[in-house]
Design a binder for this molecule. Structure first.
Ligand code: G
Ligand code: G
Ligand code: MN
Ligand code: NA
Length: 254
């Protein structure tokens, strides 16, 4: 209860901010965009990670308010960065299953796109597989409207949910994000390697972009490149960066 109270205060006081983790084209080193990651700056506890406070926000439904703030803040930043990074830069925004289940998500996105005069393809919505499996009719309608709006749609933590290949046939998506647990283990575990290369092939056959998450070593990068993965994200390149550092990030990395 105390945590809920302090979360309410934190939303009022705007004690949240976003950090931005670069996504890099494996072959060329070109910057694709950034995933926006939420941070809570607690006066006493310091920086609190979202896996600590998001579940509580979901239980209390406060996630809808904070989630709308994330969309607005991410869009605002994307707009501010257009002169610096160009009009192809993608900002990926995480959307909780609760938020995904609300019809207002599409209106919220439309509003922020209009407010910042952003081309819709510069924003990418990341939803988890489990969010898609909640209610098939709602999911179908929500994805249809997102697609109509023109924002990109990414499946986050791909491979960890109640994966059904059926939805890849039914839904039009843009991006698969390979969960970082597979990446972490793929060089040691043939099973994980098989999962990763299968996701890469699946993405290629379906015409989807594939982003490997949690890339920490050059050996992992080389393996992913050799297996045809298009993009990577992870500590090898950079963690989530505060705005000033993200802004200084090069358009191409070695
Ligand atoms: O960056 P970090 O490791 O702390 O993120 C932990 C988890 O929190 C990840 O699963 C990530 O998807 C999620 N997350 C980060 N930012 C947001 C956000 O703005 N909204 C939602 N719903 N989840 C987020
Ligand atoms: O579920 P999602 O993909 O949104 O989660 C992103 C989370 O992964 C964030 O908490 C981020 O800080 C974390 N993360 C990003 N890159 C790496 C990495 O290279 N290694 C590890 N262990 N975590 C990472
Ligand atoms: Mn994510
Ligand atoms: Na993920």
């Amino acid at each position: 209860l105390m945590l809920e109270e302090s979360l309410r205060n934190a939303i009022e006081n705007k004690d949240f901010h976003l950090v931005y983790q670069p996504q890099i084209h494996l072959e060329t080193g070109r910057l694709r965009g950034f995933e926006a990651l939420l941070r809570w700056e607690h006066r006493v506890a310091g920086t609190v990670a979202p896996n600590v406070f998001i579940p509580l926000l979901e239980e209390t439904r406060l996630i809808n308010r904070l989630g709308d703030w994330v969309l607005r803040e991410g869009a605002s930043q994307c707009s501010a960065w257009r002169p610096r990074f160009g009009d192809d830069l993608v900002i990926s925004l995480n959307v909780s299953p609760v938020q995904f289940g609300m019809p207002q998500l599409v209106d919220d996105l439309r509003r922020v796109l209009e407010a910042f005069a952003l081309p819709p393809q510069q924003l990418e919505v990341e939803v988890t597989e489990s969010a898609l499996m909640q209610d098939l009719e709602l999911t179908r309608e929500q994805l249809r409207q997102l697609r109509e709006l023109g924002v990109r749609i990414a499946i986050d933590d791909f491979g960890t949910g109640y994966s059904s290949l059926a939805y890849l046939r039914h839904f039009e998506l843009d991006t698969l994000k390979i969960d970082r647990l597979f990446v972490a283990n793929m060089l040691d575990s043939p099973r994980d390697a098989a999962v990763v290369s299968t996701i890469i092939d699946l993405g290629r056959h379906l015409g989807l972009e594939v982003i490997a998450e949690g890339v920490e070593t050059l050996a992992q990068r080389d393996w992913l490149l050799a297996h045809g993965c298009t993009f990577m994200q992870g500590f090898l390149v950079a963690p989530g960066l505060p705005v000033a550092k993200a802004e200084a990030f090069p358009g191409v990395v070695d």
